[in-house]
Design a protein around this ligand. Sequence first.
Ligand code: NAP
Length: 259
Amino acid sequence: MTTASTPRVAVVTGGGSGIGRATALLFAESGYAVAIWDMAEQAGHDTLQAITAAGGVAVFHRVDVSQASSTVEAAAGVRAQFGRVDVLINNAGIVRDAQLVKVRDGKVVAQMSEEQFDAVVNVNLKGVFNCTQSVVPTMIEQRYGRIVSTSSVVGLYGNFGQTNYVAAKAGVIGMTKVWARELGKYNITANAVAPGFIATEMVKSIPEKVMQHMIEHTPVGRVGQPEDIARAYLFLADERSSFITGAVLSVDGGSVTGT
Ligand code: NAP
């Protein structure tokens, strides 16, 4: 058990920007010591600075979640510095959209490349596997852990032009259900969050017209903010959420209702 002088420790992947940054800030504000794992060095340092300027405790590690050697090294670093890892927020992710095959006038004019498929699966699926496998031995040893992984509403319902992304996000749900079964006996829970449309860099390229259409089809009448997802992560990471495991929490303003 932790005490007031030894705060809970949370690893947030992709903590440099978007949802991950909002998450790192919220967890720090809520009393966690936060390890920010991100590829983007400047962004990671910016989050670190924002936390320390507000009086919080944080560390930044440059991590490529798709490389097991990188996540194993970072996990050892967190353990060396804080002595434990209580929470893992598997949030880092990328998109490389393309249709499986794009047809014009009856001819295939483009297709999703092997590179596009592999890049997304390596970060969004294998990255979640790597990070989780790197911290779970410590969680088992301390008989406590909260694993929260980022899926997406498209991992539940599919999406045009996202074979790679949807495969990875559906896979995250599958892995979450396996880990709930394998790790429950060690007081470790594993859950997934399925965000809807959230205003971050990742979705900046979406045309205004498409954005308006999405808002019209969202019952709460707005786009999600990174903080909406950060609060869902915080809830699932809470010590008192111990009876929730293997679940997928949609945080989407109700946008999938009726589809
Ligand atoms: P974001 O703003 O692009 O942030 C993602 C962060 O992850 C970036 O800092 C990125 O660094 C980092 N990253 C990328 N590849 C990495 C790697 N191999 N190792 C470590 N870090 C890496 O994205 P976001 O919108 O906040 O998305 C966060 C999560 O939510 C993702 O898993 C995403 O799929 C999911 N999600 C988002 C939405 C949405 O509407 N935004 C909806 C559903 C699900 P770089 O900047 O260097 O790439």
